[in-house]
Structure formats: structure tokens, C-alpha cells
Ligand binder design. Structure first.
Ligand SMILES: Cc1cc2nc3c(=O)[nH]c(=O)nc-3n(C[C@H](O)[C@H](O)[C@H](O)COP(=O)(O)OP(=O)(O)OC[C@H]3O[C@@H](n4cnc5c(N)ncnc54)[C@H](O)[C@@H]3O)c2cc1C
Length: 349
């Protein structure tokens, strides 16, 4: 095991802010994970498990303990009757893995194309986009328990998936290192298009698109919104959407409608939001004085997406979090809704 010291974490994240890890280890297999966990335990070091770093804000003071980056690679698949099972190492690049599944004509995660990060990161916040969530296809999550170093297998129900949550970022947060994830995908069926942008893209097609064609369409749509990482494009130097769509009660929804009417505005409502009693966080942000392209110092809001806080170059975590606070405060003042951040803040602040 190669233990490095004082490794800067900013460059290992998509937002590119944050200080160093006191200790840093890359785990290429399960033995490495166990060795690293022992190293942290013997020195009573706080542990942080790093995947692709695409959902993080690392504080400027960095991480005082051990950062364990999971780079376990490889995947295999077997085809059953109409179902194909894919078992992937947690350190596999997610988008590369999605590309491999569509190359096998499999359906189930093609709408999640272009999401950055690792396979192991996907169950943590039940990654979702364009009408799909990994909770719909995850068969099992294999992990190593931090306290005992024992292997555990969680089936789909064990993970208690919900909107951007699972046991791994709620009740069992920090207790497991995910090492493999298995997905049950369909083959021999056409992809289902649920999202308006996708339906529009394929309007007029006489035949159902293939999974590979859906993947390409999703990547194109994501690129137009700065939600595909394009090297050099500062509008995607972000942690993706910074706020979750708030899930509200009927009374809260009615209150927002009333506040909007007083401003001659109409609250947007479309099936995906209605079904889950969600409000559009992007709409709330934009109607609180934060237009796309808003900037303050080295941080700002993406020119292509109202929910992405971006690092325009050389920003600090403190600046990112100050803009987050400013947005949360204004939205709450105007709309009575407290927005909840999506990225994980790493460090002791
Ligand atoms: C441009 C952009 C677009 C995005 N679009 C979307 C989107 O459409 N939908 C969406 O849901 N998300 C989106 N995201 C957020 C992010 O890509 C996902 O949440 C991704 O799954 C995070 O994976 P990661 O490997 O980068 O995890 P990291 O950011 O490294 O870590 C995130 C959390 O998962 C934990 N974790 C990671 N790996 C493991 C492991 N092996 N074992 C235990 N815990 C682990 C970490 O400890 C941390 O708590 C986007 C981000 C960006 C930058």
C-alpha cells in the first residue's frame, strides 16, 4: 500500500476547490481497502472515501485524516432471459461503463449517460437524470464494513433508495466502502423515453431509438446545459446541480403559487415534478435574482444551468459556500423554501 501525504484534493474533484488530505491512499482491490482501513484505525484517523470527486466541495483546510480513493476496476456481464447482469468495480468510470452496456444493446441506464464520477458513487445518492435512477436497476451493492473489515452484500431493498438518498448517505453514512455494484438491465427491448427533452429529440422518428442513440441524445442535451464535462469549459467546472428540487407539502406548494401570483408569475409544473410533489429548484433560484451567468469574484452560476455553481478559475471553497449561502438565503426570503444542497462538503469546518 502506497501512503501519500499532503495530497491536494481540489484537482481530484470536478469543482476544483479545496485543500490537502493529510494521508492519501488509492485502493485498487479489496485487500488495499482493508489495509487502508487498518492504517486509519491504528492512527484513529477520520476517513473519507473518494470516488470520482464529482459531487464534492472540499473545504480549503482539506481533510485532516485519510482519504481513500477507490479505483477498483473491471466489470463482467452475463445474459439471462431478457435480462443482462452487469457487475462492475466501484472505481470504474460511470460514463464508460454506461457506454459498454449500450454497446451490448442493454437498456436501463442509458439516460444516465454523461454523469461524471465512478460506479461506486452511483448508489450513494441514487443518481438520476432524464427519467431514470440507478435504484431502478441496481441488483446488489457489495461493500466492506469500516468497523469490522467484513464484506457485506446489500440487495436493492436494503439500500432504501429515495430521491438522491440511500442508506449510504443517510443512516449508514461513512460506515461502508463500496467495492462493486451489480445492475440488472434489459435486452431485446426498446428504451423508454419519459423526459420531455428526450421525447422532443426523437419526435418524428418512425422507429424506436436504440440505447446507443438515446445515449448520444442525452449527452448532446447535457452538453447544451453544461452538464457534460468538457475540458476547458468553465461552465462545467462544478459539482453538477448544487441544490435538490425541494419536495414540498400541498400547503407549501399553495404558498409558493400565491407568492408567484403576487409577482404575476406561474409556478412551472410538469409530470415528473408533480408526481413527487417537487418544485423546480432552478426556477426558484432564477426567480430570486440569480440569473444564469451571475458572478461574484471567482465563483458564479453556470451560463447554461441555473443550478450549477461554477469555479471560474482559482476560486476557494469559502467563496463557493458563500454563494451557496447567499442563494439559500434569498430563495428562503422570497419563496419561504429552504433549498437543500446536493454535494457533500468534505472537511472539518
Ligand atoms: C457536470 C456534472 C453533472 C452531474 N449530473 C448529475 C445528474 O444528472 N444526476 C445526479 O444524480 N448527479 C449528477 N452529478 C453529481 C455526481 O456526478 C454524482 O453524484 C456521482 O455519482 C458522484 O460519484 P463520484 O464517484 O464522483 O463520487 P464522489 O463525488 O467522489 O463522492 C460522493 C459521495 O459518495 C461517496 N462515495 C463515493 N464512492 C464511494 C465508495 N466507493 N464507497 C463509499 N462511498 C463512496 C463519497 O464518500 C461521498 O460521500 C453531476 C456532477 C457534475 C459535476
Amino acid at each position: 500500500m502506497d501512503v501519500q501525504e499532503n495530497v491536494l484534493l481540489g484537482p481530484l474533484t470536478t469543482l476544483r476547490v479545496g485543500g490537502p488530505a493529510r494521508y492519501f491512499v488509492e485502493a485498487r482491490n479489496e485487500d488495499d481497502v482493508r489495509e487502508a482501513l487498518k492504517f486509519a484505525r491504528e492512527r484513529t484517523l477520520p476517513l473519507f472515501v473518494l470516488g470520482g470527486g464529482s459531487n464534492l466541495v472540499v473545504l480549503d483546510s482539506g481533510w485532516p485524516g485519510l482519504v481513500l480513493k477507490v479505483t477498483i476496476r473491471g466489470f463482467n456481464h452475463r445474459h439471462g432471459h431478457e435480462v443482462a447482469y452487469f457487475d462492475a468495480g466501484a472505481g470504474e468510470d460511470w460514463d464508460g461503463f454506461v457506454a459498454a452496456t449500450v454497446a451490448h444493446h442493454c437498456v436501463g441506464i442509458e439516460c444516465l449517460s454523461g454523469i461524471p464520477g465512478s460506479v461506486g458513487g452511483t448508489p450513494v445518492q441514487n443518481v438520476g437524470a432524464y427519467g431514470q435512477e440507478v435504484s431502478q436497476t441496481i441488483e446488489a451493492v457489495n461493500a466492506i464494513e469500516v468497523a469490522t473489515l467484513e464484506s457485506r452484500e446489500f440487495d436493492n431493498a436494503d439500500c432504501r433508495f429515495n430521491y438522491r438518498t440511500s442508506i449510504f448517505n443517510t443512516s449508514e453514512r461513512g460506515k461502508y466502502v463500496i467495492v462493486r455494484v451489480s445492475y440488472a438491465l434489459k435486452h431485446g427491448v426498446a428504451p423508454r423515453l419519459e423526459y420531455a427533452d428526450l421525447k422532443k429529440h426523437f419526435a418524428g422518428w418512425s422507429e424506436a431509438p436504440s440505447p446507443a442513440q438515446v445515449r448520444e441524445a442525452v449527452r448532446k442535451i447535457r452538453a447544451s446545459k453544461g452538464m457534460l464535462i468538457v475540458p476547458g469549459d468553465e461552465d462545467c467546472r462544478s459539482a453538477g446541480s448544487f441544490f435538490k428540487n425541494p419536495v414540498v407539502s400541498e400547503a407549501q406548494f399553495a404558498d409558493v403559487v400565491k407568492r408567484a401570483a403576487a409577482k404575476n408569475l406561474e409556478v412551472p409544473s410538469y409530470p415528473a415534478l408533480e408526481r413527487l410533489h417537487k418544485l423546480s429548484a432552478a426556477w426558484l433560484v432564477e426567480r430570486s435574482g440569480f440569473a444564469k451567468g451571475y458572478g461574484i469574484g471567482q465563483v458564479g452560476i453556470s451560463r447554461k444551468h441555473a443550478l450549477a455553481i461554477v469555479n471560474r478559475g482559482g476560486a476557494s471553497a469559502a467563496e463557493v459556500l458563500a454563494l451557496k449561502d447567499q442563494i439559500q438565503g434569498r430563495v428562503e426570503e422570497i419563496w419561504g423554501i429552504r433549498l437543500e444542497p446536493e454535494p457533500v462538503v468534505v472537511g472539518v469546518g
